[in-house]
Ligand binder design. Structure first.
Ligand SMILES: NC(=O)c1ccc[n+]([C@@H]2O[C@H](COP(=O)([O-])OP(=O)(O)OC[C@H]3O[C@@H](n4cnc5c(N)ncnc54)[C@H](O)[C@@H]3O)[C@@H](O)[C@H]2O)c1
Length: 394
């Protein structure tokens, strides 16, 4: 059978309205454009309308990223009947207002992570989508690295035995210069938290996906640089300084947390934007009774696996390149050994969103996952303030 046997079938068009077009807007735009290129789908995303506040800038961005039109007020999307999905790629303080309004307007929603500024907002968002009966998905994209999906397969088929330890580090270093400005990610009223909600949220999602629910946490947080010059993000993790005057940093630069899982496993989490030399050091290790796995996003196609049942003398961590046809998503891309990258985690995520819209089933991770993640984030924050272990209650 030809590689292209799926062909260009009669696909249902799913028209996207995307709000925010910098770092995540670029990643999502690319994924919508590329998903039909790699996967055979019943649905085809249409890059219908992009939203930004500055008309000239959004016009240029919409042309560059391949959108058919643009708007300068996100509320316009909700009034239009040619928009099926609202994609929220704005800073965190906007997520709740947009998501709740989108649910009321009967639109499906893809929201960037963390789901909201705090638990109260996250619960209101979850209630709104459940009441409206729309499809909802939160963009914890690292779940969609093939090696992570393969790790899930190994754990659920018992290859690692009972899980004892989940250990994760998410280390970056892009704000270490004290001259780096006070961008939205460093302001609590816009970001909600710092390294905690930006980075550790991803590790918590992987932990919940791979090991299970977290029942108790103890957190420790620090802000090393307390004031910074005023400025704004320019895309990716770059920023410009807009003024000589300084403002207070109101989020954590680094957070560490201990956790207990409901199944008895222990979790150790570390997230920092002060991990000198680590550009996107998103790593985790899981130890079970029969084996262990290790993964590092900076080498994302590889999974290290140790199996105790290997013959004595040959035991040790082996490195699996998760690009063979047996590995998740591999058939959609290239021959074995021809790796994929960061952007493909979003293509795989959008594939799951399109599949869900086609079948009418809620995808994973969804807003329930976003809400639970937010509860864990907030419990870690409270634990740091109260300086004691706290139960996680949903
Ligand atoms: N999944 C991931 O790995 C990942 C990575 C980075 C960021 N994020 C999340 O994505 C979201 C956006 O982050 P980013 O890095 O793309 O930020 P960014 O600063 O690069 O872009 C934010 C965009 O939102 C727009 N915006 C802000 N307020 C708006 C409003 N009122 N109306 C319309 N547009 C508005 C800005 O103009 C900009 O285009 C955040 O929730 C962040 O936590 C997720």
């Amino acid at each position: 059978m030809s590689e292209y046997s799926g062909g260009k079938r009669d696909m249902k068009k799913v028209r996207i309205g995307m709000i925010g077009y910098k770092f995540m807007g670029k990643a999502h735009s690319h994924a919508y454009r590329d998903v039909p290129f790699y996967f055979d789908l019943d649905t085809e995303p249409v890059l219908q309308t992009m939203v930004g506040r500055d008309e000239q800038a959004v016009k240029l961005a919409s042309e560059k990223l391949g959108w058919q039109s643009y708007e300068t007020d996100w509320r316009r999307l909700l009034e239009r009947d040619d928009i099926d999905v609202i994609d929220i790629g704005t800073p965190n303080h906007m997520h709740a207002e947009i998501a709740i309004a989108a649910a009321k307007a009967g639109k499906h929603i893809l929201c960037e992570k963390p789901l909201a500024l705090n638990v109260q907002e996250a619960k209101e968002i979850l209630d709104a989508v459940q009441k409206a009966g729309v499809i909802h998905m939160v963009s914890y994209n690292y779940r969609f690295a093939p090696a992570i999906q393969y790790a899930k397969h190994l754990i659920s088929t018992g290859a690692l035995g009972s899980i004892y330890h989940f250990r994760a580090q998410y280390l970056q270093d892009w704000i270490m210069d004290p001259g780096f400005p006070l961008v939205w990610r460093l302001r609590k009223e816009i970001g909600g938290s710092g390294a905690l909600g930006d980075l550790m949220a991803h590790s918590i999602d992987l932990a919940r996906f791979l090991v299970g629910e977290i029942s108790e946490v103890s957190g420790m947080m620090e802000t090393f640089i307390k004031q910074r010059p005023i400025g704004e993000m320019t895309g990716g993790l770059s920023a410009t300084v807009d003024s000589d005057s300084k403002g207070d940093v109101t989020v954590d630069d680094a957070t560490a947390a201990l956790a207990r899982f409901e199944n008895g496993a222990l979790g150790v989490f570390e997230a920092t934007r002060f991990g000198r030399g680590n550009r996107n050091g998103n790593r985790m290790e899981i130890n079970g009774s029969k084996g262990s796995i290790r993964w590092d996003m900076e080498n994302m196609n590889q999974l290290e696996l140790y199996l105790e049942d290997d013959p004595r003398g040959m035991q040790g961590f082996r490195t699996i390149d998760c690009t063979e046809v047996e590995h998740p998503f591999a058939k959609a891309y290239w021959p074995a050994g021809h790796g994929i990258g960061y952007e493909h985690t979003f293509i795989n995520l959008i594939h799951e969103l399109m599949r869900s819209i086609s079948t009418g089933t809620v995808p994973s991770p969804n807003f329930e996952d976003g809400y639970r993640n937010q509860v864990i984030l907030e419990t870690i924050e409270r634990s740091n303030i109260e300086r004691r272990w706290l139960n996680v209650s949903y």
